[in-house]
Design a protein around this ligand. Structure first.
Ligand code: NAD
Length: 444
């Protein structure tokens, strides 16, 4: 098939590369000239395991190309046009649809043949109708009307495992009222659903809601465990044992039950907010999700509160070693990363920070700059060991593999005050204590 993917971020680039890898001819479009230039030179602008090789191979096979011009991409008939642009939170918490609707208008200005327009961005219920209207209006303005369908096909990939999630999806949700469009989507996804049928067909609005429901549920599990962890801290209960005990119940399951520093990233925070706003707009208070968000906001300060309990609220003269900056392991994405809140708290109390992340140093530096943080008080270093030099205590914020089994004796020697604040509950307290370090976890 011939496919255009608009937006070459985490979702668009992975989508384009995966579809190209099964033999489709894919054009990826982005308005960011630097990004397109980098991709054209063979540079991948994001860290996503496996993506580099996939893109290089697809480009070499002439199955994947990049452009800044949507009109150029749509010049020859396309079977599908995917919209995979960002939907950041607007001022009032609702999803900002300006990019999605701009793309819809742009398609409407250019389209001269029937096609399927696929909404892959995470968008509130009713957006497909708005996309359809924007597209039709743009067509009307130029006096041309061609047949098109708007399909909702939300994406469920996880950053850090995006290729695997796309290639071996747990399910593919397709919302459409057009049989023809459904057949196109089935054919497109067939290579990824060969071992068993995974494509779930539904109405467009049902599909739009499904994405929010899934993310809201996962965020709820995390906030639920974070709240329990706070209580466990008070009661002298180890939340990790509780997690193992409850997660082994098949009705509950083990995933997304890990207490820690709060969820971040480009999805959970904005999607929970947007769903709460949709509720409000429709006279429904989503109290559970309001509490999920509130817990997450306070959880991002939880480790900091433990630090000032230990060192007092004036941290002047102290430097903290920070292991991990990305919002989770496997990605360089710093959007809404809990590390940013922690750094902001530490600097505001007079402390300095020495930080290391295996892949997110550049994106973290950029994010700190954008937040207006005093960069002279943050040193970004190139190894976990370097991050320990001349520091007071260690704070582990992202659960990268390389942090999972460190030499605690080396850490104990390097720190002025031998304490580890384990924001991900990765370590065994007795093992850490044996090496002469104090251990402070979340709910332990
Ligand atoms: P992103 O910010 O990484 O990428 C979006 C891209 O769209 C950017 O490169 C931007 O330049 C481009 N863009 C914006 N306006 C454009 C336009 N008019 N024409 C062409 N390109 C344009 O975003 P992302 O993380 O890939 O997310 C995209 C959507 O997918 C969002 O709605 C998000 O909620 C959803 N989603 C994201 C993930 C994830 O893990 N990142 C997972 C599932 C769903």
């Amino acid at each position: 098939m011939k496919i255009t993917v608009v937006g070459t971020g985490y979702v668009g680039l992975v989508t384009g590369a995966c579809f190209a890898s099964t033999g489709n001819e894919v054009t990826c479009v982005d308005t960011d000239e630097n990004k397109v230039a980098a991709l054209t030179r063979g540079e991948i602008p994001i860290h996503e395991p496996g993506l580099d090789g996939l893109v290089t191979a697809a480009v070499a096979n002439q199955k994947l190309k990049f452009t800044t011009s949507l009109a150029e991409a749509l010049q020859h008939p396309q079977d599908c046009v995917f919209i995979a642009v960002g939907t950041p939170p607007g001022e009032n918490g609702s999803a900002d649809l300006s990019h999605v609707l701009a793309v819809a208008r742009e398609i409407g200005k250019t389209l001269t043949y029937p096609t399927v327009v696929v909404d892959k961005s995470t968008v509130p219920v009713g957006t497909a109708d708005a996309v359809r209207a924007a597209l039709a209006e743009a067509m009307q303005d130029r006096g041309t009307l061609v047949e098109f369908s708007v399909v909702s096909n939300p994406e469920f990939l996880k950053e850090g495992a995006a290729i695997k999630d796309f290639m071996e999806p747990a399910r593919v949700v397709v919302g459409t009222d057009s049989e023809k469009a459904a057949e196109v989507m089935k054919a497109l996804y067939a290579p990824f659903t060969r071992s068993r049928e995974r494509l779930i067909l539904m109405n467009v609005r049902d599909a739009e809601m499904t994405k929010y429901a899934a993310n809201a549920m996962l965020a709820t599990r995390i906030s639920f465990m974070n709240e329990l962890a706070v209580l466990c801290d008070k009661l002298g209960v180890d939340v990790e044992r509780v997690r193992a005990g409850m997660g082994s119940d098949p009705r509950i399951g083990n995933q997304f039950l890990y207490p820690g520093v709060g969820y971040g990233g480009s999805c959970f925070p904005k999607d929970v907010k947007a769903l709460v706003k949709t509720g409000k707009d429709n006279g429904v208070t989503l109290g559970i999700l309001e509490a999920v968000e509130e817990r997450n906001n306070s959880q991002k300060h939880y480790i900091f509160n433990k630090i000032i309990k230990e060192f007092g609220s004036d941290l002047s003269g102290l430097t903290f070693s920070l292991w991990g900056l990305a919002f989770k392991a496997g990605t360089d994405d710093m959007r809404e990363a809990p590390a940013l809140t922690l750094i902001e708290d530490l600097l505001a109390s007079g402390a300095k920070v020495k930080a290391y992340d295996p892949v997110a140093l550049n994106t973290a530096q950029k994010a700190c700059k954008e937040m207006g943080l005093a960069l002279e008080n943050i040193t970004f270093v190139k190894s976990a060991k370097d991050a320990l030099v001349g520091t007071t205590a260690l704070i582990v914020i992202t659960d990268w593999m390389e942090f999972r089994s460190p030499d605690f004796k080396v850490i104990a020697k390097a720190l002025a005050t031998p304490i580890i604040f384990d924001g991900r509950n990765m370590y065994s307290k007795p093992e850490v204590n044996l090496c002469g370090l104090r251990y402070v976890g979340v709910g332990r």
